[in-house]
Design a protein around this ligand. Structure first.
Ligand SMILES: C[S@@+](CC[C@H](N)C(=O)[O-])C[C@H]1O[C@@H](n2cnc3c(N)ncnc32)[C@H](O)[C@@H]1O
Length: 331
């Protein structure tokens, strides 16, 4: 359903265009189709993309280039905004309109847009929302994906703008990799088919593939899955990375282990929903006795949740911030 941000983007948009790009704003697709039949949609979140007619979706955000109007939900990260602004370059007269809740906006967003457009200004606020307008494309080529070699880990990771963590390796993930390498409390990951759930830039998947595991990777973010695929290619490793929600599409008892640094947001209970749902689904996808390796911020009550939902869970590594657990699927 359209919200106040969508309504403001739409009200600010010119109602004439030869080709319209819609970025992360599926609710604006119908309106855009009333302007022109040439509507090209990219949504980073698989759930948003799933709500759009498949024939309108582009395969890659680079396919958006050449439109004269781009309507976007402003992403939270500046890197993701940079990627949005880069991929809609091409036509000499493209206008970009990006909207968000004012509390999620900051002046650095104007600066990012100003790198790609000659003029940037803001709409008046309405219903706690605002739109940034950008005109006069500078025609800078996209420099996404970015790749960074991590010599200490022995592999490279890759990121598009919206990939969680960019090309850094998350500190929780480092603890998880250390535990997997045997630096924790003597837990062992058996060789087999292992799924990196919520793969982000693919750092866990690369580590597993280097160890000779058969590696599956799953993320709801296109930028994560595409970044992981790029990293696998750069490293000469094989990873079957798929874009989707939760564990949808994986067959029952098809995986020997799941390794995850799952999504969470500090202190907001409802934001653990995806993770708790994955814990529930894991018992379906893991073979009986299969392991779930998980790293999380130590204040979160995940050990209890894992024990209740999946099976016996023990802590195998811990530092000042993070806890790594291993759960044996007992259901
Ligand atoms: C904390 S990040 C970890 C990323 C990466 N594994 C790392 O260690 O840097 C969690 C990841 O879970 C993904 N995610 C969130 N909800 C999801 C869902 N419902 N299904 C699949 N992946 C999801 C996010 O897009 C994000 O990339």
């Amino acid at each position: 359903m359209r919200d106040a941000v969508d309504d403001l983007i739409w009200d600010e948009a010119p109602k004439e265009a030869a080709a319209v790009a819609i970025l992360d704003a599926p609710e604006l697709v119908d309106g855009a189709l009333g302007i022109t039949p040439d509507v090209r949609v990219f949504c980073d979140d698989w759930r948003d993309a799933a709500s759009v007619a498949p024939e309108l979706l582009v395969e890659h955000p680079d396919d958006l280039g050449g439109v004269d109007l781009a309507l976007a939900r402003l992403p939270k990260s500046l890197a993701a905004l940079d990627h949005q602004a880069a991929v809609v370059q091409g036509a000499p007269d493209v206008t970009y309109l990006g909207g968000a809740r004012i509390r999620h906006m900051n002046y650095s967003m104007n600066e990012v847009l100003a790198k790609h457009f000659a003029a940037v200004n803001a709409s008046l606020g309405r219903s706690k929302s605002r739109v940034l307008r950008a005109y006069g494309p500078q025609g800078l080529e996209s420099d996404w994906p970015k790749v960074r070699q991590h010599d200490d880990l022995g592999f490279a990771v890759a990121a598009y703008g919206a990939t969680f963590g960019g090309t850094k390796v998350d500190p929780g993930t480092r603890l998880l990799l250390m535990a997997l390498a045997g630096g924790g409390d003597h837990a062992r990951l058996e060789a087999g088919t292992v799924l990196d759930w919520g793969c982000g830039n693919g750092s866990v998947a690369m580590w597993l593939a280097k160890e000779g595991m058969g590696v599956l990777a799953r993320d709801v973010s296109w930028s994560a899955v595409a970044g992981t695929a790029v990293a696998a290619e750069v490293n000469g490793l094989t990873v079957d990375a798929t874009w989707g929600d939760g564990l949808d599409g994986y067959a029952d008892h098809s995986v020997d282990a799941i390794v995850t640094n799952p999504p969470f947001h500090q202190g907001v209970a409802k934001d653990s929903t995806d993770t708790l749902k994955m814990f529930d689904e894991a018992s379906r996808v893991l073979r009986p006795g299969g392991q779930l390796w998980c790293v999380y911020n130590s204040h979160l009550p995940y050990r209890r949740a894992l024990s209740e939902r999946l099976g016996p869970t023990r802590v195998v590594a811990q530092d000042r911030h993070y806890t790594v657990t291993v759960t044996s699927s007992g259901r």
